[in-house]
Write a protein that binds this ligand. Structure first.
Ligand code: ADP
Length: 186
């Protein structure tokens, strides 16, 4: 079978993890062998699953770098048919040639991640992956100000750190009208 690259993107709370988990579970129902990964950027936790904000989970291996991901796959590449990666915006651009290699080997590659930062800049390798994908699913969330479809991730509060992980209440989904690339002091 030919390989395929599927990208699932959109702001925080748009259901990217849910959609990734849904596709991985369906692949398993079809008796395909699945591997799932997530970058380990938050050293406070060692998660062995990806989880959605709606508490759905799928087991996953954490990897620090794309090289780790490559190494984790190497030993079982013959059997794995579907490869999922969540939070792919935190991986380096090296994920792009790896994704294309896997597709060329006939794998189904599912990549979920944010397309823009809270400053409204392209986020890591995601825009490039979108350009190279067979299929792009861009999800919207619900704007927390007005209830309209939201394509942006609004940063709340004071911290100047570039990446703040696992900090609940620091971000919310916003539509174009209610998004500001500056931190919203609520
Ligand atoms: P993502 O991976 O895109 O951050 P998740 O799949 O983790 O999204 O979570 C999606 C879930 O988040 C929704 O099904 C819903 O239960 C919850 N949720 C919380 N806030 C919002 C919001 N503003 N818009 C949509 N869903 C929200």
């Amino acid at each position: 079978t030919p390989g395929v690259l599927e990208v699932i993107t959109g702001p925080m709370f748009s259901g990217k993890s849910e959609e990734l988990i849904r596709r991985l579970k369906r692949a398993r129902i079809a008796r395909q062998r699945v591997a799932c990964f997530k970058p380990d950027i938050d050293l406070r936790y060692h998660r062995t699953a990806i989880a959605s904000h709606s508490d759905q989970t799928h087991e996953a291996d954490t990897v620090r770098t794309v090289e780790d991901l490559r190494a984790a796959l190497a030993t079982r590449l013959d059997e794995i048919e579907v490869i999922g990666v969540d939070e792919v915006q935190f991986l380096s651009g090296e994920i792009i040639p790896l994704a294309l290699e896997l597709v060329a080997m006939g794998k189904r590659v599912l990549m979920a991640g944010l397309d823009t930062t809270f400053a409204n800049e392209p986020f890591g390798p995601v825009p490039n992956l979108m350009a190279l994908a067979d299929k792009v699913t861009k999800l919207s969330a619900v704007c927390m100000v007005c209830g309209q479809p939201a394509i942006h991730t609004q940063r709340l509060g004071q911290s100047q750190e570039l990446v703040v992980v696992g900090a609940a209440g620091l971000y919310e989904a916003r539509c174009r009208a209610h998004f500001s690339p500056h931190i919203d002091e609520h």
